[in-house]
Design a protein around this ligand. Structure first.
Ligand code: GTP
Ligand code: ZN
Length: 221
């Protein structure tokens, strides 16, 4: 069992915490795979699938492994990426933007994909972060059942903590398959969320500069 009380992951805390129970880690990942295999098999049975069919018989285990190890791997705090920061020796004082970060997440209402791009910016307060770590942070929080608003806030919070600055922003532009392929079936629409902190919130020029770099037409005022 993971001792969550000693974990600095924000999975249990903060306004944007992922709703997860305190006994979430009582079962090991392998135990979760076994249980989900059993339960997903029942779903397929109930739908009337022939579970002796060659192509179907291993699907429950495939889905279980995919849930635990891959698409919901961000529910395990031990998968949080190690974030290496360096001191800003070269005194770069401008904005850094990591744009067009691929987002694959899953809507917590329908468990269908959310597919899009994240654009992340920060202004160094003495520390700089390895670029790929920004992509890794996005990926870690995306790999949970999510709503896009919370995902956007979790990314900003993780970077604020890692970099020791409030000057962090994130915009996500994503398509929700629960809107596109079922229900209202609007294939054209996408969703933009923006979490702007520190100077990105207080200074319109900084905010416009960020929007200019990411080429967003979003009107945030
Ligand atoms: N705010 C927010 N809503 C989301 C997100 N992903 C999906 N939703 C919405 O969650 C809502 C769930 O609404 P319900 O009425 O309970 O579900 P439903 O009957 O399947 O709704 P329809 O999709 O309209 O058919 C839907 O309107 C979804 O579009 C998200 O990231 N943020
Ligand atoms: Zn949905």
């Amino acid at each position: 069992m993971v001792d969550f009380t000693d974990n600095d992951d924000d999975i249990f805390t903060g306004k944007e915490h992922t709703p997860i129970r305190e006994d979430a880690f009582d079962k090991s990942p392998q135990e979760k795979i076994e249980k989900i295999t059993e339960l997903f098999g029942e779903i397929m049975e109930t739908l009337g699938m022939d579970m002796t069919d060659d192509s179907l018989k291993d699907s429950p285990r495939r889905v279980a492994k995919m849930y635990v190890n891959e698409i919901f791997g961000g529910l395990l705090p031990e998968n949080k990426p190690g974030i290496s920061t360096f001191s800003n020796k070269y005194k770069y004082r401008q904005m850094l933007v990591e744009k067009d970060i691929t987002v694959y997440s899953f809507c917590e209402h329908h468990f269908l994909p959310i597919i899009g791009r994240a654009h992340v910016a920060y202004i160094s307060n003495g520390e700089v972060i390895g670029l790929s770590k920004i992509n890794r942070i996005v990926d870690y929080y995306a790999k949970r059942p999510q709503v896009q608003e919370r995902l956007t806030m979790q990314i900003v919070d993780a970077l604020k903590e890692a970099l020791g600055t409030k000057d962090v922003a994130c915009i996500i532009d994503a398509k929700h398959l629960c809107v596109n392929c079922r229900g209202i079936k609007d294939t054209a629409s996408s969703t933009i969320t923006a979490e702007l902190s520190g100077i990105f919130r207080t200074n319109p020029i900084t905010r416009q500069e960020f929007l200019h770099y990411v080429g967003s037409h979003a009107k945030l005022d």
